[in-house]
Design a binder for this molecule. Structure first.
Ligand code: SF4
Length: 426
């Protein structure tokens, strides 16, 4: 199918199987790994247990930093039993940290399951500490807790926590929302600038002093599909959401840019002049990586919340066939344009009942299964090729120049499995 033509029947109105059973997901603390790289003068202090500290360490690949910008304030048993005043202790710890680290300009107190169980009031602590340490440090709080969440919700909660304190502006501006690697963000800015769109704010900003404000003349485009709470927070500040397909692959990137260009009155000739060459490069790169994907089937477990835009990319640009597309949440106001482009056929599911979904996956025997780390090893042992959903958030995959790499992330496990089979046969 040519991806210039939308399918006659998309998935916007397709029936959705809603499941409310056991989940197999990571908690929102995981987001700290990419957020601390993005916000260069921020510190993330998890208020949690040793389990939380271990999760962070293993997700970060046990990196040792000279000046780490995340850490865990460990709640001991005495705190959990209410024998110590954890609130006072936390405020003292933050005071010490800020005194020791003048480079910190934004401090996030990140809630966890244990801090929520003992009802530690991090919002009150953040407010108090912000007053104490203003104007040099702004202290905010959000929850990265694992109860009923997915790992990408940590970024959503973090960005949403920043919105209420953004300065007000009446300026007509575009805001891009989502933490992308700097190099990818620069590519997006450059494409927009070539079209004459230069008043561009980015949430999150790289540094606390970077200009970032919001108001009734702000129009925002999401860069990630998992930012529902941030969207709501921005709308509460009067900003307007620009629905668009997500910028994955040549088609998604073109659709996303087209939505922005239309909003800002960019004429067709300019749009074509700016996008033609990178779009052609992206199409070529995808075609190369997609050779081993064409005609193959794919099954998505709900995990990263990127599933629907990725299914759209893999079916329309790489020739794959989606059997089931599971997503933790299905917000049509965010995913509508991608659902319109995804040809009707795959089973859409929202939420998870992991055992039932495993049964469906085993029965379908897909060529590739996208799932969390916990499911990947057992499925591989059963002979299925898998792709870890979390890699899609750690790897630069947005916009034209990364489109080939995105397709490559899916073709590699298929080639590896084919090579293993060949090895076993010889
Ligand atoms: S926040 Fe909860 S789920 Fe996440 S590591 Fe800590 S205890 Fe585990």
């Amino acid at each position: 199918m040519s991806f210039d033509t939308p399918p006659s029947t998309g998935c916007r109105e397709a029936p959705v199987l809603r499941e409310r059973g056991q989940h197999e997901v990571f908690c929102g603390l995981t987001g700290i790994i990419w957020l601390h790289r993005k916000m260069q003068d921020a510190f993330f202090l998890v208020v949690g247990s040793r389990t939380c500290a271990h999760l962070l360490q293993s997700a970060a690949g046990v990196m040792i930093f000279a000046e780490p910008r995340f850490g865990t304030a460990i709640l001991e048993e005495t705190d959990l039993a209410g024998l110590a005043d954890a609130q006072v202790e936390l405020e003292r710890e933050v005071g010490r940290l800020i005194a020791r680290r003048p480079d910190i300009r934004q401090l996030f107190l990140v809630g966890s399951c244990p801090s929520e169980v003992i009802k530690l009031d991090l919002a009150r602590a953040a407010e108090k500490l912000s007053v104490q340490h203003a104007p040099h440090v702004r202290v905010l709080n959000y929850s990265g807790s694992g109860i009923e969440t997915t790992f990408t919700q940590g970024e959503d909660a973090c960005l949403a926590s920043m919105v209420p304190s953004l300065p007000e502006t009446d300026a007509r501006q575009l805001m891009l929302v989502g933490a992308l690697p700097d190099v990818v963000e620069d590519q997006a800015r450059d494409l927009l600038a070539q079209m004459g769109i230069t008043d561009v704010a980015i949430l999150p900003a790289r540094r606390a002093d970077d200009p970032l404000s919001v108001g009734p003349n702000t129009v925002f485009a999401l860069l990630q599909p998992f930012l529902g709470d941030t969207l709501a927070a921005l709308e509460r500040r009067g900003a307007r959401h620009l629905p668009a397909p997500f910028p994955f692959g040549a088609e998604g990137t073109t659709g996303w840019l087209r939505a922005v260009a239309n909003e800002f009155g960019v004429d067709d000739a300019t749009f074509e002049r700016v996008t033609a060459a990178p779009r052609a490069r992206a199409t070529r790169a995808v075609a190369q990586a997609a050779e081993s994907l064409s005609g193959k089937s794919i099954f998505f477990f709900p995990d990263s919340q990127l599933e629907i835009p990725l299914a759209r990319f893999l079916t329309r640009e790489c020739g794959m066939r989606a059997i089931e597309v599971g997503t933790p949440f299905l917000h049509k106001n965010i995913l509508g344009p991608d659902l319109d482009l995804l040809e009707a056929g795959p089973q859409l599911t929202e939420g998870q009942d992991v055992e039932r979904q495993l049964d469906r996956c085993r029965a379908a025997q897909p060529d590739l299964t996208v799932c969390g780390l916990g499911l990947a090893n057992p499925l591989e042992a059963e002979g299925l090729a898998t792709k870890w959903a979390i890699e899609l958030v750690f790897t630069p995959v947005h916009f034209y120049e990364q489109a080939g790499d995105l397709a490559g992330l899916f073709s590699r496990p298929m080639r590896r499995r084919a090579a293993l089979k060949l090895g076993a046969a010889s």
